[in-house]
Design a protein around this ligand. Structure first.
Ligand code: NBG
Length: 808
């Protein structure tokens, strides 16, 4: 495009935007608020996407290519405006025009609320997979719940986490289209009876409570291509908003009660990450989006397939993201048998061929199981089908492993009066995969070993990935420009091309520019910390960052104890030679997770102690950033020097923050856990710092004992000092962290914090030495960016396509 063409396009954009402002606000541009400016821009974006969306849908409706549906209880999509603009290829233009019109582009974008429709990695992974599928022109859609209130907003008040409801829809959401014509009725409770209709045994559901599932569709636009896939989020509504007879009889409250009971289903996201909350409402949610999603898929499929279900599993993949959508198995069976009139065997064949399952955790407390009575009562027909699936599965087991009653019982989907959702998902899917090599190995050898012996060919491994568009190009535009200037733009479509950066590893000019980019990003984060935390930090200090959900297994505690130890060393020797350090933490604790909240309190208490101490001469700073979410994450990753990935080995299925940090040039300081192991393989041992027990060692201790935390305590004066400080008032008058202290000593340190402490302190020392040699450090940092191609979610999607969905 030459410059006069560009000027013409800009003039047209400005005119349309001005007109749009009038339409959405009834005011002229000069008087329009930032919110109205954002809404006007959002409408323009939707207008330019919707025709491509319609075209994509028409193409898909012909059923020519196989389509994938991700069923997930979470989709942590983050703000979308920037992605849309950049995927449309108009971001520069809009930014330029905004400046020329005297508007504040960044402030306009900041009007968008961050849809908190997920807790953490599991939901964010889905968002990255949708982004990648569209970027690769692959038909894949999301199917989930449109929570009215997403994950709570976290405030830190007096050092403690306070939860505030996240009313993300308060100003409306411009990127969704409500499609009430595609609503589905979901049936709960009631009774089932069988009838002989035309010689066929038919199951009839009576006296059920109907709830209307109304879909809201969000377009997922591909990067600089024509593909627009859909994220379908279901909202619960009553069939009749108002019970008129009830109202007429004067029972006003009862007349609306039904409405709020129905809406409750999509009202809130359960705030547990890697944890299970066996509430009835959660089970209702799980069936809600499964039932509605499957119904629409079947209706759409049949419409373009001469009203027949033939070839369904050749064209449709239903992907079960963790166990929450495991009811997909029995629900698809129900539809095929009760609504489509197929027999059990045909239905089962289709079901297993259509379903695939990804497991995301091995923590026993996170594995879902529902009481039989609850399931039977709420979902009577589904429960019948689960029983039958199980009966047939046990028969097969009996044939294969006769007389092995104990083992066969342990594999039963229904056991000890619970329905085990992972078992259900494994038995009804043709594939089961873990999310990193180590995790998949643990699934095969431990967690699901019994199933692995029965279905050895069902097990796969696909290492997670993250969207390079969101987590590199859009969040670190300076680095993007530098990379493209150096190696051309092919990497934007194939992240493996980043390897070409290795040619610059000894180029001083590139070095300097690379360091400048990192510094600029650190200054941006430092400014954020000044304005939000009222703490001034030195942007030249090591930005050592741990951001993720707060969980015992992720061991923020290990990090915090080490900070306290470093503080003690500095107090003892103020001339201690060390590079200044800024320890940055962020992450939410589940509201009911007392211990995790204590850890937040501990970190903020340490921050108070350290930041206020002038004798440290700014060598040490500690900051806890409130309300970690996707938008904050986008500012944090580009500014990191150190990426803390210090979970107890064997517990973190993969981690994806580790990949986002790496892509932005942070050095991983990590245990041999999850995808850290593959990061080590990708960058080589000299570009990462690892430490601590291996998963095998942890497993061994857990199985056979032999670890006594008290022994470590008694032998290590550093640990003694730090642990005493937890309870002796050092951290604030009247503040005592007895629960943490007890967990480490009285309850024998279940996450091996003390066991790994010494190795961690050594690793931190190593980091300090490396950082003090800028040439080495920058080289390590460049290597990390250059070798991060494998962690693009485009690669993960390609793996899924090939291995699991068998899309050629
Ligand atoms: C999380 C794991 C992470 C993993 C993400 C995405 C759950 C249940 N699991 O390690 O803890 O990266 O899933 O796979 O949230």
């Amino acid at each position: 495009m030459n410059s006069s063409e560009r000027e013409k396009i800009k003039a047209a954009y400005k005119a349309t935007f001005t007109k749009k402002i009038e339409e959405v606000s009834g005011n002229c541009l000069a008087e329009a608020s930032l919110l109205k400016q954002y809404q006007a821009l959002a409408e323009m974006v939707m207008e330019s996407i919707t025709s491509q969306w319609a075209k994509t849908n028409t193409l898909y409706n012909k059923n020519e290519s196989k389509q994938v549906y991700f069923f997930s209880i979470e989709f942590l999509i983050g703000r979308l405006m920037k992605s849309y603009l950049s995927n449309l290829g108009v971001e520069d233009l809009v930014q330029e025009c905004s400046v020329e019109m005297g508007l504040d582009y960044e402030a306009i974008l900041a009007q968008e609320s961050d849809p908190g429709l997920g807790n953490g990695g599991l939901g964010r992974l889905m968002a990255c997979y949708l982004d990648s599928s569209s970027a690769m022109g692959m038909p894949a859609h999301g199917n989930g719940i449109r929570y009215k209130y997403g994950l709570f907003e976290q405030r830190i008040i007096n050092g403690e986490q306070i939860e505030v409801a996240d009313n993300w829809l308060k100003n409306g959401y411009p990127f969704e289209i409500r499609n009430p014509d595609k609503s589905v009725i979901v049936k709960y409770y009631g009774q089932i009876h069988s009838e002989n209709i035309n010689g066929n045994l038919t199951f009839v559901h009576e006296n059920y409570e109907p709830i209307m599932a109304v879909p809201y569709d969000v377009p997922i636009k591909g990067y600089r291509n024509e593909t627009v896939n859909s994220l379908r989020l279901w909202s619960a509504e009553p069939l009749e908003a108002f019970d008129l007879p009830c109202f007429n009889q004067g029972h006003f409250l009862n007349a609306v009660r039904h409405k709020s009971e129905a809406e409750a289903i999509s009202q809130i996201l359960y705030p547990n990450d890697n944890g299970f909350d066996g509430k009835l409402l959660r089970l209702k949610q799980e069936y809600f989006f499964v039932c509605a999603g499957i119904k629409r898929i079947v209706v759409d499929f049949k419409r373009s397939n001469n009203n027949s279900m033939d070839g369904f599993s050749d064209k449709i993949c239903i992907h079960i993201n963790d166990t929450h959508p495991a009811l997909c198995g029995p629900e698809l069976m129900r539809v095929l048998m009760d609504e489509e009139g197929l027999g059990w065997d045909d239905s089962w064949k289709i079901t297993v061929a259509a379903l695939s399952f990804t497991n995301h955790t091995v923590l026993p407390e996170a594995l879902e199981k529902w009481p039989v009575d609850m399931m039977k009562d709420l979902l009577p027909r589904i429960y019948m089908i689960i029983e039958e699936i199980n009966r047939r599965f046990l028969l097969e087991l009996d044939n294969e492993f006769p007389y092995d009653l104990e083992r066969n019982h342990s594999l039963s989907i229904i056991r000890d009066n619970y329905v085990h959702m992972a078992s259900l998902a494994i038995v009804s899917s043709h594939s089961v995969n873990g999310v990193a090599a180590l995790h998949s190995k643990i699934l095969r050898e431990e967690t699901f070993n019994g199933y692995y012996q029965v279905f050895p060919n069902r097990f796969y491994s696909v290492t997670n990935g993250v969207s390079p568009r969101r987590f590199l190009m859009n969040s670190n535009p300076e680095l993007k420009t530098l990379i493209t200037e150096s190696i051309g733009s092919a990497w934007e479509h194939n992240l493996f091309h980043l390897k070409k950066l290795l040619n610059y590893i000894s180029d001083p000019v590139f070095y300097e520019k690379f360091e400048d980019v990192k510094l600029a990003n650190k200054i941006r984060l430092a400014n954020y910390m000044t304005s939000h935390n009222n703490v001034n930090v030195d942007p030249h200090s090591i930005f050592d960052i741990q951001v993720k959900r707060i969980h015992e297994y992720k061991r923020q505690l290990l990090n915090a104890l080490h900070v306290l130890y470093l503080y003690n060393r500095l107090k003892e020797n103020p001339n201690l030679e060390m590079a200044p350090r800024t320890f940055i933490f962020a992450g939410k604790a589940a509201p009911g997770y007392y211990y995790a909240k204590e850890v937040i309190k501990l970190i903020t208490a340490i921050a108070e102690l350290v930041n206020a101490d002038p004798t440290l001469h700014d060598k040490l700073k500690v900051v806890f950033l409130a309300n970690f979410n996707v938008s904050l994450a986008e500012i944090i990753y580009p500014a990191a020097n150190i990426s803390e990935q210090i979970s107890t080995a064997g517990k973190e299925a993969s981690g994806t923050g580790n990949m986002k940090f790496m892509m932005n040039g942070a050095i991983t300081l990590g245990t041999m856990d999850g995808a850290n192991i593959e990061i080590l393989e990708a960058v080589g041992p000299s570009n990462i710092v690892t430490f601590g027990l291996s998963a095998d060692e942890v497993h061994h201790y857990q199985k056979y004992g032999g670890y006594r935390s008290i022994d470590i305590f008694e032998q290590d004066p550093r640990i003694q000092q730090v642990l005493h400080q937890l309870i002796d008032g050092t951290l604030g008058h009247g503040l005592s962290f007895q629960a943490i202290y007890d967990s480490l000593l009285l309850y024998n340190d279940g996450y091996f914090v003390l066991k790994d402490f010494s190795a961690y302190a050594d690793a931190q020392n190593q980091v300090d030495h490396l950082f003090r040699n800028p040439t080495i450090w920058t080289k390590m940092s460049i290597s990390n960016v250059a070798n991060s191609g494998i962690f693009s979610s485009d690669r993960s999607i390609a793996d899924y396509q090939r291995e699991i969905w068998k899309i050629i």
